[in-house]
Design a protein around this ligand. Structure first.
Ligand SMILES: CC(C)=CCC/C(C)=C/CC/C(C)=C/CC/C(C)=C/[C@@H]1[C@@H](COP(=O)(O)OP(=O)(O)O)[C@]1(C)CC/C=C(\C)CC/C=C(\C)CCC=C(C)C
Length: 582
């Protein structure tokens, strides 16, 4: 009896497990637990017969003085724990690294998605794996130095073949941070641990069944292969799972109400759904939405990665609609053109919410009246989950902007408030509607009304931050959102601000606006706690990331990029992390 193997865990596998758990804790969902438990169960069940065979045939062994004693089918319990902890650690690293990626946009739709280049890639991978399995089989038959390598490949090869055949598009298409890194980081780590363990004699590989080749001093090539292949199996398993979830959650026409924890049979059905059945238009809408959000709003982009997948998709599509509508109006070359866009957008809403209107009417109107690169944002708006009023009010907010062409728009605090409620309070209302659609609540109506009211305040607070940040940028396009009454109090005229938006007096007005924003924020923030638990943390991250712009503006010497104060990336990540841990 001894504790060497147990100490390997104590020193090398349990600390990273604890660290990764701590890092991921605020984002851990029931679905993550389910995914990890599912893979751990498969890893244990699939490895035990194989490992037991290796030990019984003495291909590898454990001196009795390094293990505590109890065994399962002759496998020391420390070894069984190894299957569990390795699967847990690699899975958790994968989950952390893949969190920023919105994976559904890596699905490929249409008949071409499984033909041509994709077919070649699938076949190439399958052939490679089949050849490897055949080679491994031959090595086992020969009972020579290739035995251990052969046993590893013949055992893992069929699983890899299955996972590759089901999820090769996802495996090849996703960024390497979702694939290569979660395989290679734990592999390198375990190579180092293994080097130390073999040197100490914690586990031993029999001489006649290995090549005797070392990757580096102390690391047998078979051990290196073993850890590489097992980590690949774990990450491919996670990828296949996520591929199935992406199909389940992205195409309501195929899977109308997918359960939160889908059964293995349902996951398999999703994976086996032919790409030709995917909704290509929805995928395009989502791809463009992600691209738009990434390009235009770094705060909301970071926040979006903390949302559960289904809510994230709806928010992305809502963002895409709001952004496109705002840009159509803002980028119009004349006031008349801007008004025409608003009229067309109203007509679009009339069609969408008309009792008789069919989706054909909606799509024909969009295709004949809007630029090609904006169409998917309109057609994919999750309108059925939203009431029309906040959308119409948002357009009224954009209409208010047009008034700038004739006279200053914002005269008093009340004007500023009304404008902000229309362009941002409405957005908050819609976010809350989407949340309650996905996570129905049994809170009394009055309580729900209070939450919406708080959301409206929060939207206004965010809009004040937006105005305080953009004083210079707005002046360049002929707009001043600071109330005229404020300007006259510090002896400035509207035209003076348009000409010199960096006037010293402006700074005091910027601070005044920020104070108003933070006071609204303080009043509204408590209501976030009343949202469904799945949305609470992520909404807080979205709000805090934007409020951080305000905090930056309050500091001396903030950094300005393209006329706007920016929050450095590390600071945004820290805000998200702190917020989620509160
Ligand atoms: C995480 C995620 C994907 C969120 C998406 C939120 C969303 C749909 C935002 C729409 C943004 C948009 C383009 C709106 C058009 C009108 C507009 C410009 C509003 C201003 C946004 C600023 O965005 P940005 O800085 O990118 O704009 P410009 O470059 O200046 O054009 C706004 C400041 C409004 C943003 C308001 C919200 C997101 C509402 C926040 C409140 C909640 C989510 C509810 C909180 C709940 C409670 C109970 C308090």
């Amino acid at each position: 009896m001894g504790f060497d193997y147990a100490l390997v865990h104590l020193k090398y596998t349990i600390p990273p497990a604890a660290l990764l758990t701590l890092l991921y804790r605020p984002l851990f969902t029931k679905l993550d637990v389910y995914k990890i438990a599912f893979l751990v169960a498969i890893a244990v069940v699939a490895t035990i017969p194989w490992d037991s065979y290796l030990i019984r045939t003495r291909i590898w062994s454990y001196p009795s003085y390094v293990i505590v004693g109890p065994t399962l089918l002759e496998i020391p319990l420390e070894e069984v724990f190894f299957f569990v902890v390795q699967t847990y650690n690699t899975s958790l690293l994968y989950l952390i690294l893949s969190k920023p990626t919105f994976q559904p946009v890596y699905l490929h739709a249409g008949p071409d998605a499984s033909r041509g280049q994709w077919r070649t890639k699938r076949l190439a991978g399958q052939t490679l794996l089949l050849v490897a399995i055949a080679w491994g089989w031959r090595c086992i038959k020969e009972e020579g130095p290739g035995t251990y390598a052969g046993l590893i490949i013949v055992w893992a090869g069929p699983f890899l073949l299955l996972l590759w055949s089901l999820a090769y598009q996802f495996i090849l298409g996703l960024p390497w941070t979702n694939t290569v890194v979660p395989i290679m980081l734990p592999t390198l780590y375990l190579w180092v641990v293994d080097t130390l363990a073999l040197r100490r004699g914690t586990w031993v590989i029999t001489a006649g069944t290995k090549y005797g080749v070392h990757l580096w001093d102390g690391l047998e090539i078979e051990e290196a292969l073993f850890f590489f292949i097992t980590n690949t199996l774990i990450v491919f398993g996670q990828l296949a799972f996520d591929n199935a979830l992406a199909v389940l959650y992205t195409f309501p026409h195929l899977f109308a109400t997918p359960p939160r924890l889908p059964s293995p049979a349902l996951l398999m059905r999703a994976l086996l759904t032919p790409c030709s059945k995917y909704d290509g238009a929805r995928l395009t809408g989502l791809k463009e939405a992600v691209h738009r959000l990434k390009r235009k709003s770094r705060s909301f982009y970071l926040a979006s990665s903390t949302f559960p997948a289904l809510l994230r998709a709806d928010l992305l599509l809502l963002y895409s609609f709001c952004r496109v509508a705002d840009d159509l109006v803002d980028n119009a070359s004349t006031a008349r053109e801007a008004q025409e866009w608003i009229t067309k957008l109203h007509k679009f809403l009339d069609n969408v919410y008309s009792d008789t209107g069919s989706s054909l009417v909606v799509s024909e109107h969009v295709r004949s009246h809007f630029p090609a690169d904006t169409q998917s944002a309109l057609l994919q708006l999750p309108a059925a989950k939203l009431s029309p009023q906040p959308l119409r009010d948002l357009l009224h907010g954009f209409e208010m902007d047009l008034a700038f062409n004739t006279a200053p728009l914002i005269e008093t605090d009340e004007d500023l408030r009304l404008y902000s409620e229309r362009v941002a309070g409405t957005v908050a209302q819609m976010c809350i509607q989407l949340i309650f659609q996905l996570y129905p609540t049994n809170l009394p109506t009055e309580e729900q009304r209070k939450i919406v009211a708080a959301g409206n305040h929060m939207g206004v607070a965010l809009q004040y931050i937006n105005i305080a940040r953009d004083i210079c940028v707005d002046a360049q396009i002929g707009r001043v959102y600071l109330p005229l009454t404020w300007l006259s109090e510090v002896g400035l005229s509207y035209d003076a601000v348009l000409k010199h938006p960096d006037h010293v007096q402006i700074e005091s007005l910027r601070m005044r606006l920020l104070d108003k924003a933070f006071s609204l924020y303080e009043k509204a923030t408590g209501a976030i706690q009343k949202l469904p638990s799945e949305a609470r943390g992520p909404i807080r991250v979205a709000v805090e990331s934007y409020m951080e712009i305000g905090r930056t503006l309050r500091e001396d010497g903030y950094v300005v990029k393209a006329g706007r104060a920016t929050v450095p990336r590390w600071r945004r990540v820290m805000v998200a992390w702190r917020t989620l841990n509160k």
